[in-house]
Structures are given as C-alpha cells and as structure tokens.
Design a binder for this molecule. Structure first.
Ligand code: SF4
Length: 375
C-alpha cells in the first residue's frame, strides 16, 4: 500500500472528527497506553490536552532517555548552492522572491574549506543543502560534494530537491548516509497554492521521495512539515501517519522528525496558521509519545531560550552556529543570498554548554548511534 492510499483513507474531515471526539478521559487513556494509535495522538494534540502538558512532558522525557540516553547529537548545515528554479512563496531562495543578493554554487575547493571550518569546530555530522536547480546543480555535482564532505565527517546527509531512486543510489555510492526532505504540507490544495514553479510543484513525486531514498539504501530519513503553512493539528497527524508508514516500509532506515516553524518570511507571503511556542511544545511532546524511537531535530530557526527549554522534552539532535548561505563559514562571508534568518546565533561552544547545563551530553561523533538508539 502506498502512502497515498493511507492519506486517502484519512482525509481532513476524518481527522477533524477525531479531534471532535476528544474528552479529558481520552487524553488520560492516551497517556496511559503503551502502543499509541492515531486516535491517541489526536487526543494528545488536541486543545483538550493543554492542561496535561506536564504529565506528557514527564512521559516524553522518560521515553527519550530510554531510547537515546542523555545525549544530544550535534550537526551543522552546509549550503552548497542557493540557485533555485522553483517558486515556493515562503522561501528566500525562490526564483521569484525578488532577492537580488548573489546566487552561487560552491566549487569543490570552496566546499572543502567550508567542511574544514566546521570540522575544526568539532562537528562530525553535516547536512548539505541546495535549492532546486537540477540543471545547474546536477545529482552528479551533489554526489561529488558528498564525497568531499565524507573526507571530513563520518555522517553526511543532504537536504536537496527530490530525486529518482537511481540518483539516491548514486549519492549513497559516494558515502551519503541521510536524506532530509520536508513535505512542507500534506494538504494538496495548500501545497498547490504555495509551490508555483519547478519540480517541487509535483506533490505526488515529493510525497514518495523518502520511500525512494529508503529503497536506494539511505540509512537516515528526515521528515517534517513547515509549521505555519496549514492547520498544524491536521498536518501533524498526516506527518505522523507518514512516519509510521516509513517505519514499516523502510525499516532498515532510522527516522527523524524536524520541526521547522515559519518565522522570517518574504514580504509576499503571510504565515497563515501561526504556531505559538506552546503549540510547538505540545507537538514535540505528543509526537514523542507516538514515535518513541524517532530522532527529533531542532534547528537554529528557534530562539536560544526556547531551544534550551526543549532539550529535556524529546529533542535528540541540535544544529549550532548555522549559516544559511553558501560559503557562510569560510569562503564567501555574507556576500551570498541566505535562505532565512536564524534565531539562535550562539557559537557552537555556547550551545554545547547549554546542553551540558541541562544535564545532557553533546555528541559530536557516533551521532548515528544516538539517533538510532543503538548506543
Ligand atoms: S523551498 Fe527549496 S525548492 Fe522551494 S524555493 Fe526554497 S530552495 Fe527552492
């Protein structure tokens, strides 16, 4: 069964009906249950569950420590290109965003210098990112970048445009370990309204991308919805159904979830469904109870105080000192177009110190073990 069939079986109206049935007794039952069903997740995500955030936090912490210990994996992004032929209205890289800053694709020696700068800070896991410009930044070019990054890091993942299975395999042959790919929103109509040009406008092709990556041998699959695009209570339920589907069909791969929240957006776009801090806390807690073995990543999109508060509540990996522009660490300074402004501008050592202060160990090496719960 493809995930499209599952989505068809769980239309918005059916999920709304689940929320309509939630009572305090249902929330309490969802808290007690061991193998939680989608009905339980809806109870935990519902407004009725708001007074239960404390016991949810308790259980989320217990489950996270059981599966991951007191560790937080450290990673950093490296943008290798900001060229993009797609037009996603919420994104600073979009071809029609009106941005006039410089667009570049890093050359191999520049990628090396960016890698060396991050390795010198202690990172051993990186995420390579591009826009969607498959003619200018071909899978072959990305594969070469993966191979270069592997000279410096033991864990290399990509967050790039969706690929065919053959191209994911090409990247794996060059040392790729992970693919992060956000569906942005599972709501087809909203998806159509915000993705105006490029291959990304093809909802179905993107929907199946992580499964293609898993079949190609990618060991770490990262997923998420762009919080703020659509009703988060509905989108997070779809995300959770997708996560369970991937855990079943790509069982050789470890799954992780990210929580990208729209904050700084281009002028032409307005965030439709604002996700407040308390909403995001509830999302993290409820998803931890539903997906106890999944890694949870938190990026520098979020502010320092808020990131620190989330450390003991289910997060297992954090980025630090991130630049969202190509060449931002060592080669191009601030001359190139950035994708979005970050909120947490602390240097790596400050983030590591905050993790230690919360009673956790920042993990630079063996991140994979932390992520998969094996170490
Ligand atoms: S979200 Fe990705 S594909 Fe869309 S405009 Fe931004 S960089 Fe391009």
């Amino acid at each position: 069964m493809s995930f499209r069939d599952i989505l068809d079986a769980w239309p918005r109206e059916r999920l709304e009906a689940l929320y309509g049935e939630v009572t305090p007794a249902r929330v309490e039952a969802a808290l007690e249950r061991r193998d939680r069903r989608i009905e339980d997740l809806a109870a935990l995500l519902s407004p009725v569950a708001r007074p239960y955030l404390e016991p949810m936090a308790h259980e989320a912490q217990r489950l996270t420590r059981w599966h991951f210990g007191r560790t937080i994996g450290m990673y950093a992004p490296i943008y290798i290109s900001n060229l993009c032929a797609a037009d996603c209205v919420y994104c600073g890289f979009a071809v029609r965003s009106g941005s006039r800053e410089r667009r570049v694709t890093l050359k191999p020696d520049e990628i090396r210098r960016e890698c060396a700068a991050l390795a010198a800070k202690g990172f051993d896991n990186v995420l390579l990112l591009t826009g969607e410009a498959p003619r200018a930044v071909k899978p072959r070019h990305i594969a070469d970048a993966v191979a270069i990054a592997r000279e410096y890091f033991s864990g290399v993942s990509v967050e790039i445009y969706a690929l065919d299975e053959t191209d994911y395999r090409l990247l794996c042959d060059h040392g790729l370990e992970g693919v992060t790919l956000y569906m942005e929103t599972f709501d087809r109509e909203t998806y159509r309204q915000v993705h105006l040009l490029g291959q990304k406008a093809n909802y179905d092709y993107r929907l199946d991308a992580l499964e293609r990556a898993g079949r190609a041998g990618v060991r770490r699959l990262g997923m998420g919805v762009l919080l703020g695009l659509f009703n988060w209570r509905i989108d997070v339920l779809w995300l959770a159904l997708h996560a369970r589907h991937l855990q079943k069909h790509c069982w050789q791969s470890a799954l992780s979830v990210s929580f990208p929240r729209l904050r700084h957006v281009p002028e032409r776009f307005t965030v439709r469904d604002l996700v407040r801090d308390a909403d995001l806390v509830q999302i993290v807690l409820a998803l931890r109870l539903f997906l106890p073995e999944a890694g949870f990543n938190l990026s520098t999109r979020e502010a320092p105080v808020f990131r620190d508060r989330l450390i003991p509540l289910g997060i297992t990996a954090m980025s630090a000192e991130s630049s969202t522009r190509p060449g931002g660490y060592a080669t191009r300074g601030e001359e190139t177009l950035e994708q979005f402004e970050i909120e947490d501008g602390r240097v790596t050592e400050e983030v590591a110190a905050a993790i230690r202060a919360a009673g956790y160990d920042p993990v630079w090496k063996d991140f994979d073990h932390a992520l998969t719960g094996l170490g």
